[in-house]
Design a protein around this ligand. Structure first.
Ligand SMILES: Cc1ncc(COP(=O)(O)O)c(C=O)c1O
Length: 454
């Protein structure tokens, strides 16, 4: 299993040939996702057992059964949820990272990889205007980033309050109803409660936050506020400057969830909407979304990384050695993880190969397409735009349709391999939603999809 024998040689040829073909797909086909588990069971039967199988046979099952039963999130026709669009350079380098088995925990083990990752974190911090001392690490996703950051926020609140005041106290975090579900999960995991702030047209504002705090019976129990720089369902950027000011006034930890929309920092046409983000105590953005990295990759940044370190550093005698040299950067110290893949490296490679201007252009392409789509929707009598798109998400309704009709429309589009565009909901009503991210998604495709609503 570990030597380079005839089987290895044959796998190098066939697996790399498969990977090469996948990389060369242009465009990537959509494929169909959901399958009857019994059908999959039958196709995979007998492979897992005590004995070996010919690798080409196993690869054949993957190619003919497993792969086509996965909808390709990186197809320009994938317009649901939040799509993916990893660059070719990032995909290639991800393979290299896998082959290199880099253990990205500590400087002791992986100084080179961590240094390169940290340069990417610095680049993102600079786009956000965070101070020179800002830093953090790459984690598996926005959920992991939000959890790691809010654990620090809670600890900071406890320390500020002191042991007597914080004993038995249930901490709370101010959020809007449009905050991502991973924030709700985080609060539940950390035994914190949300203080729901009434948003102004689904946008969390400083005024709203101030009103909620003023009306609250126990403001001392509020540890943090979470703003979103690009809500998942509608792409709305909260009033970051206003929220930051109120957070500062009330000594609240200010966390910005930019898992989806944080990439807009690289898009000049919308950059001003992020003003105030420079005040974040913690900020996340998922490069596996709109910074064109492969899964799974989220950047987590702290304004004062030493505070995060004091919360997340794991204490085990066998790990003492990684903390022996002060000043060395250990990614394990900045999130709840220990072992970690150097998942920032594919992004580092890709950014170095293409340059940030190409990233800005690709992000602007989705924003531009959303604006064009909004105009197209406005021009059609049977459609109604729900709100002006701020980033790459467009919400709209087909006048007169009920949820069954939206579902039927979406299912047919997938069956016909035109697009994956599951309906969403807005204020309780089923609606249609485009999530643009892939720079090759075209207006022609949008028109084809809208025509299917006639
Ligand atoms: C705003 C926001 N926050 C958090 C997340 C969770 O990120 P992940 O799926 O990478 O855990 C998402 C995912 O879509 C998101 O859009």
């Amino acid at each position: 299993m570990h030597s380079v024998d005839a089987t290895t040689e044959s796998m190098i040829r066939s697996v790399l040939a498969y990977a090469e073909n996948r990389l060369r797909l242009d465009p990537v086909p959509l494929d169909q996702g959901s399958r009857d588990p019994a059908e999959l069971d039958a196709a995979l039967q007998g492979l897992l057992g005590p004995g070996p199988h010919n690798p080409d046979q196993v690869l054949g099952v993957y190619a003919s059964v497993v792969a086509p039963a996965v909808i390709s999130a990186d197809s320009p026709r994938f317009l649901g949820f939040i799509p993916a669009a990893p660059t070719k350079a990032a995909l290639l380098f991800d393979m290299l990272v896998s082959c290199a088995s880099i253990q990205g925990i500590s400087w002791l083990e992986a100084a080179g990889a961590i240094h390169a990752e940290n340069q990417v974190l610095r680049l993102i911090a600079d786009r956000a205007g965070m101070p020179a001392g800002a830093g953090g690490c790459f984690v598996s996703g926005g959920s992991a980033g939000n959890l790691s950051a809010l654990v620090v926020a809670r600890e900071v609140a406890k320390r500020k309050a002191g042991p007597a005041a914080s004993a038995g106290r249930r901490w709370r975090v101010a959020v809007s109803e449009d905050a991502h579900s991973s924030i709700t999960n985080t609060l539940r995991i950390c035994e914190m409660d949300p203080l729901i702030v009434r948003a102004d047209g689904h946008r969390l504002t400083g005024l709203g936050l101030r009103a909620a705090i003023d009306a609250d019976g126990d403001p001392a129990s509020i540890a943090a506020v979470v703003a979103t720089s690009g809500t998942t369902n509608a792409g709305i950027i909260d009033d970051l400057a206003g929220v930051a000011a109120v957070a500062r006034e009330h000594h609240l930890w200010f966390h910005v969830d930019g898992a989806y929309g944080g990439a807009g920092l690289f898009a000049p046409s919308v950059r001003s909407r992020y003003d105030g983000i420079e005040n974040a105590d913690s900020f996340i953005v998922d490069p596996h979304k709109w910074l064109f990295a492969p899964f799974d990759c989220a950047a987590l940044l702290y304004r004062e990384p030493s505070t995060a370190r004091s919360v997340h550093t794991q204490d085990a005698s066998y790990l003492d050695v990684i903390h022996d040299t002060p000043g060395e950067w250990n990614p394990t110290d900045y999130a709840y993880h220990l072992t970690r893949r150097a998942r920032g490296l594919p992004l580092w490679f890709s950014l170095s190969v293409y340059g940030t201007d190409a990233y800005s252009e690709a992000i602007e392409a989705a924003i531009g397409l959303a604006r064009q789509t909004a105009d197209e929707i406005r021009s059609r009598d049977n459609l109604e735009l729900i709100r002006e798109p701020e980033l790459g998400v467009v919400l709209f309704r087909r006048r007169g349709w009920d949820s069954a009709q939206y579902n039927q429309w979406a299912a047919q589009l997938l069956t016909d391999q035109i697009a994956f565009i599951p309906p969403s909901a807005w204020e309780g009503e089923t609606v249609a939603r485009f999530a643009f991210l892939h720079p090759d998604t075209s207006m022609d495709l949008v028109i084809q999809i809208l025509d299917r609503m006639n």
